[in-house]
Design a protein around this ligand. Structure first.
Ligand code: MLT
Length: 206
C-alpha cells in the first residue's frame, strides 16, 4: 500500500480533546483559517492542511472543470488522500480520532462534505460555510451520529439557495442532524454568522 501523501499543514495544539480540521477556500493556504478556528473554539487543537491542486497558481483541494462543476474522479481520490492524512495526523499529534470537527469554507467546505459522504469515520461534526453538493455517492453512508451546520449566503452568486437545500437534504437522508442558516449576504463570510456557528459548536459536547 502506498503511504498517504503528506500535506503542507499547520498544527496548533489545544487544551481540550477537540480538533478542528480547517479547510480553506480556493486560493487560500494553511494559515488562512487559523484565526477563524480560534474564534470558533479557543481551546481546540487546529489542524490546517493546504490543498494540493493548483488552479492558475491558486491552491485547492480538488480539480474542477468549471466553477461549480467538479472533476468527480479527482474529488474521490483527493478526498481519500485527505482522509488518510488526517488519520496519519491523529498518530503524529496524538489527536482524538473521535473528536474531529471539520470547518470548511467554499472549496474546503465542499471537500469536507465529500469526506462526510465517502469517509464518514473521519468526522464527528462539520461546519460548512458556502458548501455545495460535492458528489452523490452510490451508497449513502450512515451519518446518524454526525452533526452538520451549514452557513449559506442568500445572495451568493456561486451557490443558489436550492443547492444549499439539496446538500442539507442529502446529508439528512444519510441520517445527519443538519442545521442550515442563511445569512443576508453573498459568498463572503460575515462576523454574525461566525458567531452563530460558534454558539452551535459551544452546544456540542466538548
Ligand atoms: C469549488 O470549486 O469548490 C466551488 O466552486 C467553490 C469555489 O472554490 O469557488
Amino acid at each position: 500500500m502506498r503511504p498517504p501523501p503528506d500535506f503542507i499543514h499547520e498544527f496548533i495544539p489545544g487544551t481540550s480533546g477537540r480538533t478542528l480540521l480547517l479547510l480553506h477556500g480556493t486560493g487560500g493556504n494553511e494559515h488562512d483559517l487559523i484565526p477563524l478556528g480560534r474564534e470558533l473554539d479557543s481551546n481546540a487543537a487546529l489542524l490546517s492542511p493546504r490543498g494540493q491542486i493548483l488552479e492558475n497558481g491558486m491552491p485547492r483541494f480538488f480539480r474542477r472543470l468549471a466553477e461549480g462543476v467538479f472533476d468527480v474522479e479527482d474529488l474521490k481520490q483527493r478526498t481519500n488522500e485527505l482522509a488518510d492524512f488526517v488519520i496519519n495526523a491523529t498518530e503524529r499529534y496524538e489527536i482524538d480520532m473521535k473528536n474531529i470537527i471539520a470547518v470548511g469554507y467554499s472549496n474546503g467546505a465542499n471537500i469536507a462534505a465529500s469526506i462526510l459522504l465517502l469517509r464518514p469515520e473521519i468526522l464527528r461534526a462539520a461546519i460548512l460555510f458556502r458548501a455545495m453538493v460535492p458528489l452523490v455517492p452510490k451508497n449513502l453512508p450512515d451519518l446518524s451520529s454526525v452533526r452538520v451546520w451549514i452557513g449559506a449566503g442568500d445572495q451568493d452568486p456561486i451557490i443558489p439557495t436550492s443547492e444549499t437545500q439539496r446538500l442539507a437534504q442529502l446529508l439528512r437522508c444519510a441520517g445527519a442532524d443538519v442545521t442550515v442558516r442563511f445569512a443576508n449576504t453573498d459568498h463572503g463570510l460575515t462576523n454574525a454568522e461566525v458567531r452563530t456557528a460558534r454558539h452551535w459548536l459551544d452546544g456540542l459536547k466538548p
